[in-house]
Design a binder for this molecule. Structure first.
Ligand SMILES: [Zn+2]
Length: 233
């Protein structure tokens, strides 16, 4: 029981800090320390340190010796590169998964879709519940890669997804694309369950491209706005 309480605190500190970063409450490029966050969330430094470690692995912050952490800035080059590779890997993994999926695998994918629907149906949901849905949505791609049966492909895609996670969150939080993502995930799972490799791969690639275009639109709008403010002042 004590262990469970500890895990819950750890997870909620991680989710809270992640939400602050992804929603822009803590601006990209700004510096934060364990003390700042511990005070803000009224918790001890230990769960905060663990949360920062996890966020560093997610690519959301970078640790600086004795100076705390810097929130990752949007890097359009890294973003383009990551999504280019993701399109290839995700498309290929989804094709392989459609050919390889067992009944058990299909049930697992359907259960993940059902979990997303359940989380989506919660009225006036909290940020934490939104993040849970996002995580299940991203995990769906990890599970598809696992089902593909190619271990190296699975590991590579997981690494890329960690890097993309930041952008996917941003996209969903700012552009309100939840319903579209849910529908596309359902179509991909349907194609896998039907064993239609060509269709599954095509849908997965289109899904990644759509996501990339949304984020590019968002980044462009943000930079236009910054230029506008710079000229106005
Ligand atoms: Zn997706």
């Amino acid at each position: 029981m004590a262990k469970e309480t500890k895990n819950t605190l750890r997870d909620s500190v991680y989710s809270a800090l992640k939400a602050m970063i992804v929603t822009g409450q803590i601006q990209p490029g700004s510096r934060v320390t364990e003390n700042d966050i511990a005070a803000k969330l009224t918790v001890s430094r230990t769960p905060v340190r663990e949360a920062f470690n996890r966020l560093e692995r997610d690519g959301l912050v970078t640790g600086r010796p004795r100076q705390g952490y810097v929130v990752t800035e949007f890097d359009i080059t890294m973003f383009r590169e990551a999504f280019e590779i993701r399109e290839l890997l995700d498309g290929h993994a989804t094709e392989l998964a459609a050919a390889a999926a067992t009944e058990q695998d299909k049930a697992r994918l359907r259960a993940m879709l059902a979990e997303c629907e359940r989380l989506a149906a919660i009225p006036e949901r909290t940020n934490r519940e939104k993040f849970q849905e996002l995580e299940v949505g991203i995990d769906l791609h990890r599970v598809i890669a696992e089902i593909s049966g190619n271990v190296m492909l699975h590991n590579m895609l997981c690494g890329i997804l960690d890097k993309c996670q930041h952008y996917v969150w941003t996209e969903l939080l700012w552009l309100d694309e939840w319903k579209i993502a849910r529908d596309e995930h359902a179509e991909i799972v349907d194609a896998i369950c039907a064993g239609d490799a060509a269709r599954a791969g095509t849908l997965a690639r289109a899904h990644v491209r759509g996501s990339r275009d949304n984020v590019l639109r968002l980044l462009q709008a943000k930079s236009d706005y910054r230029n506008f403010l710079a000229k106005a002042s």
